[in-house]
Design a protein around this ligand. Structure first.
Ligand SMILES: NC(=O)c1ccc[n+]([C@@H]2O[C@H](COP(=O)([O-])OP(=O)(O)OC[C@H]3O[C@@H](n4cnc5c(N)ncnc54)[C@H](OP(=O)(O)O)[C@@H]3O)[C@@H](O)[C@H]2O)c1
Length: 258
């Protein structure tokens, strides 16, 4: 028996990074899965890898910034599995800029994906969890849900909102036996960081510099791996955390302790 045997989990943004690592760990633990994302090729591969572990896994192409796609994802999950026990609101984008330099389109896009989609997906899933008599929502926040940093104003605003949405939902639905928590990762090394134009890390020399820098500013001396965040999500999603709700779980190598 896995920790999630018999459970159905819906993971937004399961095509790469933390979402992919969580999908594969949940598959190891026996969960039926629905994963979403816009990159169909990657999503199809992740779903196939999960199925090889002996569970059902459906990939649904979806842009979580669109209300109709959120609706579609939940409908497909219910049609295919008949229930949703765990919602991992993971899909998100990183945006840079200060209050002065951020333009309207970047602000709107950041809020649509990082904030509004978390609300929309929760709003769609909570009635089913209420009917089931239980449910778990895990939101992907950030260490920037608790502290700020420089030159990432729209992202920090969005992740701060995720932190308080988590606490507000936890209070509103505690008596419905729906637990709501957030995982708050520190810098986690994902493939996206290697994409051209993504931060300054596209240049391998700079990436090595960044890794060295992480050694200096992160107390544990390195970036996290997505699998390390996935294990924290598993804790919040399974019955090991049965009395934990409204909690922001930092997984940041000690970064915010200093
Ligand atoms: N890596 C870090 O250092 C770090 C630290 C703190 C928090 N986080 C949070 O972790 C979460 C996952 O990010 P990651 O680091 O794993 O990076 P990633 O590999 O870029 O993953 C982002 C995921 O979100 C999906 N996504 C983005 N926009 C979407 C949209 N409009 N519709 C549907 N899916 C969308 C992407 O799928 P498609 O591109 O296929 O649509 C992808 O699966 C994010 O919420 C991020 O803020 C990351």
């Amino acid at each position: 028996m896995g920790k999630l045997t018999g459970k159905v989990a819906l993971i937004t943004g399961g095509t790469s990074g933390i979402g992919k690592a969580t999908a594969l760990l949940f598959a190891d633990e026996g969960a039926g899965l629905v994963i979403t994302g816009r990159r169909v090729g990657l999503g199809t591969l992740v779903a196939a890898e999960a199925r090889q572990k002996g569970v059902r896994c459906e990939f649904v192409e979806a842009d979580q910034a669109r209300a109709e796609d959120c609706q579609k994802v939940v409908e497909i999950a219910l049609r295919e599995f008949g229930r949703i026990d765990i919602l991992f609101n993971n899909a998100g984008i990183v945006t840079k800029g200060t209050a002065e330099t951020t333009d309207e389109s970047v602000w709107r896009e950041t809020m649509e994906i990082n904030v509004t989609a978390v609300w929309r997906m929760s709003k769609l899933v909570i009635p089913h969890m209420k009917r089931q008599g239980r449910g778990v929502i895990v939101n992907n926040g950030s260490d920037w849900s608790l502290v700020a940093g420089r030159d990432a104003f729209p992202y920090i605003a969005s992740k701060g909102a995720v932190g308080m949405m988590t606490k507000a939902m936890a209070l509103d639905f505690a008596r419905d036996n729906i637990r709501v928590n957030a995982v708050c990762p520190g810098d986690t090394f994902v493939d996206r960081w290697l994409e051209k134009g993504y931060f300054e890390y596209s240049d391998p020399a700079t990436l090595e510099d960044a890794k060295r820098e992480a050694g200096a500013y992160i107390p544990m001396g390195r970036f996290a791996q997505p699998e390390e965040i996935a294990r924290a999500v598993l804790f919040l999603a399974c019955d090991d955390s049965s009395f934990v709700t409204g909690h922001l779980l930092l997984v940041d190598g000690g970064n915010t302790a200093q």
